[in-house]
Write a protein that binds this ligand. Structure first.
Ligand code: PGA
Length: 247
């Protein structure tokens, strides 16, 4: 059974708050093809506005991070329950930029994953990926997966998403080879399906995906969707990427 492909727009911290309303309005006019679950992840400040502007039947909302605990004296943190109640369905966790600039470890990502999975209806998108190209990513991926998913159990019906994002391909324009994607996705999928039901897991690719190269991923059966950064800031490009994945 082929799963609905998930295409996630990760706006990072690239949209000034004054520009968010306009960009969200432009996204709200897009019609996404059936067979695609399109997801927009604005920054936290724009999340309430996104929930008001977008039709959540056409487009899902996601957050770019979440706290490792749901409530308490944790200055500056954002509760997974509040993320869900604002209308988000997905939460990106452990993005390489957070690992690199904020020192997030696999152990912290594991705690965040537990906090997110404790909120019914919230779906984590756990990012993994090696820093340098050329070396077999196997050891890095296995270590990141083992750390992030330590003691994680899924309830029936619960879903999880892993995004394979090689750091060397993020924001660099370096296009990954088909063989590299297949190898990493098979490894991740194999690792996940030893522990969870295959119907509960999806693996996305991310790293310099754009309107021109997205079609390269459409017929790779182990690629269940894409996580798009830079190219997701242009609504037409994002729509082209979504359409390309159905070809
Ligand atoms: P990019 O970012 O598409 O700009 O390479 C992807 C990501 O970091 O999620």
């Amino acid at each position: 059974m082929s799963k609905t492909k998930i295409i996630i727009a990760n706006w990072k911290m690239k949209v000034p708050h004054q520009g968010a309303a306009n960009l969200l309005r432009r996204f709200s006019h897009l019609s996404f093809p059936a067979g695609i679950e399109a997801v927009v992840c604005p920054d936290f400040l724009a999340l309430p506005l996104a929930a008001k502007t977008l039709s959540l039947r056409k487009l899902k909302l996601g957050a770019q991070d979440a706290a490792f605990i749901d409530r308490g004296a944790y200055t500056g943190e954002i509760s997974p329950t509040d993320i869900k109640s604002l209308g988000a369905t997905y939460v990106i966790l452990g993005h390489s930029e957070r690992r690199q600039y904020l020192g997030e470890t696999d152990a912290l990502i594991n705690k965040k994953l537990q906090a997110v999975l404790a909120v019914p209806g919230l779906i984590p998108v756990v990012c993994v990926g090696e820093k340098a190209r050329g070396k077999n990513p196997k050891a890095v991926l296995q270590k990141q997966l083992a750390g992030a998913f330590k003691d994680i159990r899924l309830k029936p019906g619960q879903r999880l998403v892993v995004a394979y994002e090689p750091v060397w391909a993020i924001g660099t324009g370096r296009v990954i080879k088909r063989s590299e994607v297949v190898l990493a996705h098979l490894l991740i999928l194999g690792w996940l399906t030893k522990r969870f039901s295959p119907t509960q897991c999806q693996v996305l690719y991310g790293g310099s995906v754009d309107a021109k190269n997205a079609a390269n991923f459409s017929d790779i059966s182990v690629v269940d969707g894409l996580l798009v950064g830079g190219a997701s800031l242009e609504p037409k490009s994002f729509l082209t990427i979504c359409r390309s994945m159905l070809k």
